[in-house]
Design a protein around this ligand. Structure first.
Ligand code: ATP
Length: 511
């Protein structure tokens, strides 16, 4: 990861993403719409590669996981049974003066205590340095009010923990003044719509806030295909929608995002903790396989008292984003809750018959659930790098490189004829391009100085560059005819290889 300060790094990534066509603000020409993003030409390739890698590793290369694509809009009873209609809420707080909205669990405050006496409150928004920022604010508060005495260390709490008598005294993060924050209230994050021409209660439907319910609702149908035996999983990739109160941190928290979820069904008496561990390790190894360093990952076990009553355990794989260590992938042991709920609500049994043990039971489930966009952001943050490289004249300059793992790089190889006005060079370059195209994404570029063309590809993370020069035409002797230079992005090392060998050399390196 780059050695620059965190806010700076985020700004550089956001600007690179826009400039080079990875990610744009949705509807930008109309001023944008908060929490929605568009993926440009390179962004879609990167996203597709992440999705495909996951699908190949999770479904195609395993005997025990099958795929599913369920509809985005489902019967509204699905969301009643799953508990989303009643409980898919976040605690919301309004600032009555600024009209801004906050998630209560993202506002942190502390009493300012001097010589054992509470003299006021300070507030900050969630960040990597909550305690330090609160302490700095407490010191400023004491100095500005000219209060004498010993300031005690701050005790950070989030706004959901504020006592009702404290709420009027806690400053709004928007105005810095107390008195304008409302008590937190539950806000349902599901987007509502209507199905059909009538706009009454019976027509209400929801855009799914997760893909997982599709796997539970279709559990019986998949079981009846006879393809699966416990333990087995059902996997799905697709869009989910949440009307997040405060979408932020670029694509980290959006209102429309894509999930990759898998429900792994195990026997009711199986060792759930063993399977839970298995899937946590699988997810971590998978992230490393797409280029996220293990050193940037950590595990967070949800404390028992904060788990839903049915949950046996939830572990989040956390990534060190520039804006703090945050959840990337949640791996939850959900017991038999979801299948039981749907069985009760639909009247359809959701049982599995074990023909060895001659026993019928509702399976338990382990759920690894991740967002494509959060992985994509973690990959961008891990890949972004600035180093020093010589320019055309040998002078050192700063080079921006996205060190994508070749598996997920949007373009695998760029092909350059040394000069665009030499038809023999162009012809050979086009031959090399056409030879590689059936196997991988190739970018053909003949515009500008060769050094500049390399830089452009470094900046979008293309791992290999192929240059066709006069040696290729045999001008330095027949032994070099039909050979090209193959340049590796990170080391910038070049080797001379035969054009016909390119697919054989590159394929194993980009898979
Ligand atoms: P958070 O606490 O960050 O809101 P969550 O615990 O509600 O996340 P889950 O319901 O467990 O998230 O969703 C599974 C995964 O989907 C998350 O680990 C994350 O990768 C992704 N995800 C959830 N909400 C969003 C969002 N608003 N934008 C992008 N990705 C999301």
């Amino acid at each position: 990861m780059a050695e620059s300060n965190s806010a700076d790094l985020m700004d550089k990534i956001v600007s690179l993403c826009k400039r080079r066509g990875f990610i744009f603000q949705s509807s930008e020409i109309y001023g944008g719409i908060n929490g929605f993003w568009d993926y440009g030409p390179l962004g879609v390739e990167l996203r597709k590669n992440i999705r495909d890698c996951w699908w190949n590793d999770m479904v195609r290369r395993r005997d025990d996981v099958v795929g599913l694509e369920s509809s985005i809009i489902m019967h509204s009873k699905v969301w009643e049974a799953s508990g989303h209609v009643g409980g898919f809420t976040d605690p919301m707080v309004d600032c009555k003066v600024s009209k801004q909205r906050f998630r209560a669990d993202q506002i942190f405050f502390s009493a300012v205590v001097v010589d054992g006496k509470n003299v006021g409150y300070v507030t900050v928004l969630e960040s990597e340095r909550i305690a330090e920022e609160l302490q700095e604010k407490a010191e400023t508060f004491k100095r500005k009010k000219a209060i004498q005495g010993k300031l005690e260390p701050v005790q950070p709490r989030d706004f959901t923990e504020a006592k009702s008598e404290e709420i009027p005294l806690i400053p709004s993060p928007a105005t810095g003044e107390p008195g304008s924050l409302t008590p937190p209230r539950a806000f349902n994050m599901m987007f509502e719509t209507y199905v059909g021409a009538l706009r009454d209660e019976s027509a209400v439907a929801y855009l799914r806030p997760e893909t997982a319910q599709g796997m539970f609702v279709d559990f019986k149908a998949i079981l009846d295909t006879g393809r699966v035996k416990i333990p087995f999983g059902i996997a799905q990739v697709g869009k989910s929608f949440r009307n997040e109160i405060t979408p932020r941190n670029f694509i980290f928290r959006s209102r429309e995002f894509e999930q990759m979820e898998m429900e792994y069904f195990i026997a009711d008496d199986d060792d759930w903790a063993k399977w839970h561990r298995y899937w946590i390790d699988w997810c971590r190894d998978w992230l490393v396989s797409v280029g996220i360093p293990a050193s940037a990952l950590s595990e967070y076990n949800h404390p028992k008292e904060k788990l839903a009553f049915y949950s046996k355990g939830t572990t989040d794989l956390m990534f060190k984003y520039p804006f703090g260590v945050q959840e990337l992938w949640g791996i939850a042991a959900r017991g038999d809750y979801d299948l039981t709920q749907h069985s009760k609500a639909s009247g359809q049994p959701m049982e599995y018959f074990d023909d060895v043990k001659k026993k019928r039971y509702v399976p338990h489930v382990i759920e690894p659930a991740v967002g494509v966009d959060r992985i994509l952001l973690a990959i961008l943050c891990s890949a972004y790098c600035e180093d020093q490289a010589p320019d055309e004249k040998g002078k050192m300059e700063t080079r921006t490189v996205l060190k994508f793992h070749p598996r997920i790089a949007p373009i695998k190889v760029a092909v350059f004829p040394l000069l665009k006005n030499k038809p023999e060079l162009v012809k050979k370059a086009q031959e090399a391009r056409d030879l590689l195209r059936p196997y991988m994404t190739v970018f053909y570029d003949e515009a500008g100085a060769i050094g500049r063309r390399y830089r452009r590809q470094d900046e979008v993370g293309t791992p290999f560059g192929v240059t066709i020069d006069f040696d290729t035409l045999g001008e330095k002797g027949p032994e070099l005819a039909d050979t090209v230079t193959l340049r590796e992005r990170d080391t910038m090392k070049q080797e001379r290889v035969k054009i016909s060998d390119l697919p054989g050399i590159l394929l194993p390196r980009v898979r």
